[in-house]
Design a binder for this molecule. Structure first.
Ligand SMILES: [Zn+2]
Ligand SMILES: [Zn+2]
Length: 331
């Protein structure tokens, strides 16, 4: 599926299979998660895509070939390709353990062709080894929704009471991780969205409801929804010393608010991208205590429909493109 220009949906095209260059693996794509970031690229809110572009940065696939000097994975190995596709390794950020902020970073499905395709190539150093479970469809959303959510959770410190604003793909994973760590999770959805609230409670949230119904202060809040008006709302829900972490790559403007709302050592911060270390930590955690992801599968050819459903808020859990079946049993 190829995005030829922003503002239009990706369309099916036949192209020559990409060949792995030195240090790259060729990956036969099995599944690819559909992320809100893909929507921001299609809709033009992110302004620097390679064009034409193969979207998709939550790629689960099998290694089908290797370029010169690429020796990290055996043929047939199951790997994940995340958003961070390449970093230079030499800038001040890379040298201080912050490759997520690399000045020359290249992102999968944005600067580099991604996984809305039958075959892709990736720098083997930025691929992630995946644990045996969950299966190909259920592992895909872990590669961004899970990983970025995990980085956002770590930015919260050690909150006892954690609020999740916007209960989509990322929150439904992080709810389970945080509840598993013994945190009290409060899921904030649109008022009256009883189905989503029940979904959140089923994944370990102690409480679920609308923002104006929350009557307990939070030690931290993660905002997954791309809605800037939630920032002052979440700040007002914080106890002193608490943090609001904005997990999305794009958000509408944040309305002005009184300094008093921030006072009391409350903080606001964003989370940008991921490091390979985040990936290793997160998949070690998932390997040791599995999370259940809820996915809605679409065939690759219906990628545009998956994007529309995500835009309209019609997806429960995460949308995933099914590209091929794995050669190992995929339960
Ligand atoms: Zn760098
Ligand atoms: Zn993403």
């Amino acid at each position: 599926m190829m995005l030829s220009e922003q503002g239009r949906p990706p369309e099916p095209v036949e192209v020559a299979e990409p060949r792995p260059r030195a240090g790259q693996v060729e990956v036969r794509v099995l599944t690819c998660g559909v992320c809100r970031t893909d929507l921001h690229i299609v809709d033009g809110e992110l302004t620097d895509p390679k064009l034409p572009l193969v979207l998709g940065h939550q790629v689960v696939g099998e290694v089908a070939g290797a370029g010169e000097a690429a020796e990290r994975f055996a043929l047939g190995a199951r790997v994940g390709i995340p958003w961070l596709g390449w970093a230079d390794g030499v800038c001040r950020y890379c040298r201080s353990g912050r490759e997520n902020l690399c000045e020359r970073a290249r992102f999968t499905g944005y600067h580099l062709d991604g996984g809305y395709a039958e075959v892709t190539v990736a720098d083997e150093r930025f691929c992630l080894a995946l644990p045996d479970a969950p299966n190909d469809a259920h592992a895909a959303p872990l590669l961004c929704a899970g990983l970025i959510g995990y980085r956002a959770l770590r930015m919260c410190g050690e909150p006892e009471r954690l609020g999740l604003y916007g209960f989509g793909a990322s929150a439904h994973i992080i709810c389970q991780v945080a509840a598993g760590e013994g945190r009290r999770v409060f899921a904030i959805t649109r008022s009256g969205d009883a189905e989503r609230q029940a979904f959140a409670r089923g994944l370990g949230a102690e409480w679920a409801g609308g923002a104006d119904e929350l009557d307990e202060p939070l030690d931290a809040a993660i905002i997954f929804a791309p809605a800037g008006e939630l920032v002052p709302v979440a700040l007002r829900a914080l106890a002193p010393g608490g943090s609001v972490v904005c997990a999305g790559i794009h958000m509408s403007d944040i309305p002005a608010f009184a300094y008093e709302t921030l006072w009391g050592e409350r903080q606001i911060r964003s989370v940008a991208n991921l490091t390979r270390r985040d990936g290793e930590e997160f998949f070690a955690l998932v390997g040791a205590s599995p999370v259940r992801t809820e996915v809605t599968e679409y065939p690759l050819a219906r990628a545009a429909e998956a994007l529309d459903d995500l835009r309209a808020g019609r997806v429960r859990g995460a949308a995933v493109l099914r590209v091929a079946e794995g050669s190992a049993t995929d339960g």
